[in-house]
Write a protein that binds this ligand. Structure first.
Ligand code: NAP
Length: 326
């Protein structure tokens, strides 16, 4: 049970693949560990219809993979705390993690694994029609668009995967992409181009989402090359244009790049000793489930060294006889 007097070796904030992998390694390194997650564990991957690039699983749904990660972490005596973290205060003696219910957790080390949230398009109608035809998750909402026409916005892996998922349910799927080339992996591109239910709208941005009586009815489109505009009738708009890192808890003075991702050393450690950042919140070349898991491993092993060094130093100090300094 969490409370003001708890002193942990390690507190992990965030229960996605990175946080859960860190928990597995930390528990196996005998660290007294708590994992704090405000929602359900699993992170963004729970929203993926299919995962095909996590080693060991040729095909697995995001929800099932998340469940396996969670079950694995829970098979150790891990303290899972279902709370929102409101602040992380670094300290010399220990760091303090503050929870929304007023509890505080003192800890030698912290792993921040808070990932990111879907980036918003910031066009008229997006906010107002969220849940009424505007969605950021095809696996969650695709069912409501069976036999209907939708537009997917974006050209990355997420847009491609989600469009392929929607193409199995919908009458017609448009992909509006602002350039004439997709960013998505080649294998996904091939599948998109081979799917006769998907039509690419190249060099196209959505400028407005318009409502009818039952939610989304139309989008305004603009050609990024010719500046021509037109309207397209759709029942749903699925937005996958990347994500913003959830960096609200990152302590002041921590090095971040222009996109708000934290720059760490090879141990995933920040400038503050004992504070590690992993997964999609950490600056890296590619954002993949396997890389978040790898970060979790790295940070947990590094934290184990850090905690051992720190606590053995404290123990040495405590064991000095009173006249030892003379
Ligand atoms: P992403 O790779 O950053 O792609 C975002 C896409 O949205 C890009 O095509 C970008 O266009 C477009 N975009 C950005 N801002 C826009 C705006 N304001 N208006 C219109 N279009 C905009 O994001 P993601 O697809 O969410 O993927 C995030 C990371 O997760 C990536 O590293 C990806 O590889 C990874 N991921 C992997 C898998 C998998 O391997 N199974 C699945 C999903 C995601 P430009 O191309 O012109 O910049």
């Amino acid at each position: 049970m969490a409370g003001s007097d708890e002193l942990y070796d390690l507190v992990i904030i965030g229960g996605g693949p990175g946080g859960l992998s860190a928990a597995i390694y930390a528990m196996r390194a005998a660290l007294k560990t708590a994992l704090v997650e405000k929602g359900v564990t699993g992170g963004q991957v729970t929203m993926s219809d299919e995962v095909e690039n996590y080693p060991g699983f040729v095909h697995i749904s995001g929800a099932e993979l998340s469940m396996k990660f969670t079950q694995h972490a829970q098979s150790y005596d891990l303290d899972m705390i279902s709370q929102e973290v409101t602040a992380l205060d670094p300290g010399l003696d220990h760091h303090t993690v503050r929870l929304a219910n007023g509890d505080t957790l003192k800890t030698h080390a912290v792993i921040l694994a808070t990932g990111g949230s879907p980036r918003k398009l910031d066009v008229i109608g997006e906010r107002e029609l969220y849940g009424k035809g505007v969605s950021y998750c095809a696996t969650c909402d695709g069912f409501f668009f069976r036999g209907k026409t939708v537009v997917v916005i974006g050209g990355g892996d997420s847009a491609a995967e989600e469009a392929l998922y929607l193409a199995k349910l919908c009458k017609k799927v448009y992909i509006a992409h602002r350039r004439d080339e997709l960013r998505a992996s080649k294998i996904l591109q091939q599948r998109i181009f081979n799917d006769c239910n998907i039509e690419m709208l190249w060099n196209t941005v959505v400028t407005e989402i318009k409502a009818g009586a039952d939610g989304v009815e139309q989008v305004g489109l603009k050609d990024t090359v010719t500046a021509d505009t037109r309207e397209l009738d759709v029942d749903g708009v699925f937005i996958f244009i990347g994500f913003n890192p959830n960096n609200e808890l990152v302590p002041a003075g921590t090095r971040m790049n222009a996109d708000g991702m934290v720059v760490t050393d090879e141990k995933c450690e920040t400038r503050t000793p004992g504070i590690y950042v992993i997964g999609d919140l950490r600056e890296k070349f590619a954002r993949q489930i396997v890389l978040s898991a790898a970060d979790g491993c790295t940070a947990a092993l590094a934290a184990a060294h850090y905690v051992e060094a720190k606590t053995s130093m404290l123990a040495d100090t405590c064991e000095l006889p009173p006249d030892a300094a003379s």
